[in-house]
Structure formats: structure tokens, C-alpha cells
Ligand binder design. Structure first.
Ligand code: NAP
Length: 265
């Protein structure tokens, strides 16, 4: 059986790598001997992480500052990776303005679509073609428990996360015959800088208790190649069963929306 490095190396691309879950993926992959292309907007952050990974793991790391929601994303990806043998692509970045749907500007809603829908679509198509041509590799799209049902205060973000999960699941089936493993990594609340900046409240339900980024990424790399969807952690898996299979839909929407209102209102 091929090793992790043979299957998903020699290069991995992490889109949204400068902090939180993306930085954790990058550290784990460098620890497994993969060379990395780190993408995000903040060049300084990316370079700090790159330097840490080169020193600690002796891998090659390239960085590229780009906006994953921009219309010229495809050109940016080509420029950053065209000459590299990429075996794994991870789309981690997301944009989530918090507030009642009508209070968020329409322009911001479009930015959510660009970063959370257009970005993963471009990355999946571009690297999907490249991975198919070499006959092996992996693709991970970060998704969210909020994508399992409508969720107040983040209604548009939640809808884009449903897209991410469903896109990854379709590709899991379709691309497996070309040797590509695809995973939707469905995280619940996770203690990333974005999450911590968004609220100073603690969840009212034990079900929404946050995980650490390293727990989420460790499980995702174990799930890759095993299943189409990996819900992070036991509490979230129980939550997914409760919300998706046990509760009536309106009760699930109400339960998650009340928790989100508690956190953000
Ligand atoms: N944290 C949670 O509680 C939670 C829960 C469920 C699911 N998730 C999912 O997990 C993923 C990561 O979430 P996160 O909390 O770590 O933070 P995040 O705010 O979604 O993004 C983290 C990374 O993405 C980059 N990024 C964001 N927008 C970008 C853009 N337009 N262009 C380029 N890079 C961009 C950020 O770097 P720069 O700012 O330097 O560009 C950063 O490196 C997301 O897909 C999210 O939906 C998170």
C-alpha cells in the first residue's frame, strides 16, 4: 500500500493557511514530509509559518499572497503551483460576516459566495484535473455543521457550507475511479483566531463546545481516503445525528439558530 507521502506528496497546497485550521493542516503535512504551497492574503504570516516549517521539518515551503475570492484566482493558482507536482489540495478559507441576513450588506453576501463557493469550485476543478492526470492524490474541502440546516445570524455562510459538503461528496464518488480521495471535513465550533475574535461568550449547549484546530485536522487526515464526509469529533457526530436524523427539521433549525443567536447577538 502506498504511504501517505507517496499518495498525497510530494507537494500539498493549503488555501487559507496563515492561521487556525489551515496552519494546523500545514504543520501536520510538513510533519509527514510533504512540501507545501501556503496561500492566504497576509504574506507576513505565511512567511513566518513557512520559515518555522522549513526549520522544523526540513521540507520545501513556498508562499503566495492572494485573495481566494478574487475573479483571477485561477491565474493565481497557476502562477503559484504550475511547476510543482501537487498531490493534495486543501481548501480551508471561509468568510463569515455575522449578523441578521438583512443587516449584512449585499456586497458582503457576494464576498461570502466568492470565498466559500467560487474559491472551492475553482480549486476543485483546477487541482482535480491535475490530480486526475497523474492518477492519484487528495482533495479536502473544509465545511461546517452549520451547513446541515438553516442557521440564523450566518444564514448565507451556512448555505455555502452546504454547498461545500455536497460538492465534496459528489466528487468523492466521481473522482475515486481516477485515484483521487475527496473529503468534506465538517467541523463544529473550533478555537481558531477567527472564532475567538467573533465572540466572547461560551456556548450554552455542551454540544457546541469548541474543539482545538489540531483535533480537527488530525481526524481529517485520518478520514481522507476512508469516507466522503468526516464530522469532527464525537460531540459533533452526535449533534449531526440528532439534528439530521432524529429531530424534525424545524426543531433542528430552531435549536442551532438559538445557539447562534446566544453566541452572537
Ligand atoms: N472556526 C470554527 O469554529 C469553524 C467551525 C466550522 C467550520 N469551520 C471552517 O473551517 C475553515 C477554517 O476556519 P477558521 O476559523 O480557521 O478561519 P477562517 O477565517 O475561515 O480562515 C482562516 C484562513 O483563511 C484565510 N483566508 C480567509 N479569507 C481569505 C481570502 N479571501 N483569501 C485568501 N485567504 C483567505 C485566512 O488568512 P488571511 O486572513 O491571511 O487571508 C486564514 O489563513 C473554514 O472553512 C470554516 O468554514 C470553522
Amino acid at each position: 500500500m502506498a504511504s501517505f507521502q507517496e499518495r498525497y506528496g510530494p507537494w500539498a497546497v493549503v488555501a487559507g493557511a496563515s492561521e487556525g485550521i489551515g496552519a494546523s493542516f500545514s504543520r501536520r503535512l510538513a510533519g509527514r514530509g510533504l512540501n507545501l504551497v501556503l496561500l492566504a492574503r497576509r504574506a507576513g504570516r505565511l512567511e513566518e509559518l513557512a520559515s518555522e516549517l522549513r526549520t522544523k521539518h526540513g521540507v520545501e515551503v513556498k508562499t503566495q499572497s492572494l485573495d481566494l475570492g478574487a475573479t483571477n484566482l485561477l491565474e493565481g493558482l497557476k502562477k503559484a503551483t504550475a511547476d510543482l507536482d501537487v498531490g493534495l489540495a486543501i481548501y480551508n478559507a471561509a468568510y463569515s460576516p455575522i449578523g441578521r441576513f438583512l443587516d449584512v450588506r449585499l456586497e458582503d453576501h457576494f464576498d461570502v459566495i466568492n470565498v466559500n463557493v467560487r474559491g472551492p469550485l475553482v480549486v476543485s476543478h483546477y487541482f482535480g484535473q491535475r490530480l486526475a492526470a497523474r492518477g492519484r492524490g487528495g482533495l479536502i474541502l473544509m465545511s461546517s455543521m452549520s451547513g446541515y440546516q438553516g442557521t440564523a445570524m450566518v444564514a448565507n455562510y451556512a448555505a455555502t457550507k452546504a454547498y461545500d459538503t455536497i460538492l465534496a461528496e459528489g466528487l468523492w464518488y466521481e473522482l475515486q475511479e481516477q485515484g483521487i480521495d475527496v473529503l468534506a471535513c465538517v467541523a463544529g465550533a473550533t478555537l481558531t483566531p477567527s472564532f475567538e475574535q467573533s465572540t466572547d461568550r461560551t456556548p450554552s449547549s455542551w454540544l457546541a463546545r469548541p474543539m482545538q484546530p489540531d483535533e480537527v485536522t488530525g481526524q481529517a487526515l485520518r478520514d481522507l481516503g476512508q469516507q466522503p464526509t468526516g464530522v469532527s469529533g464525537r460531540r459533533n457526530r452526535f449533534g449531526a445525528t440528532l439534528l439530521g436524523r432524529i429531530l424534525p427539521r424545524r426543531a433542528a433549525i430552531r435549536m442551532v439558530s438559538k445557539e447562534t443567536e446566544h453566541m452572537y447577538r
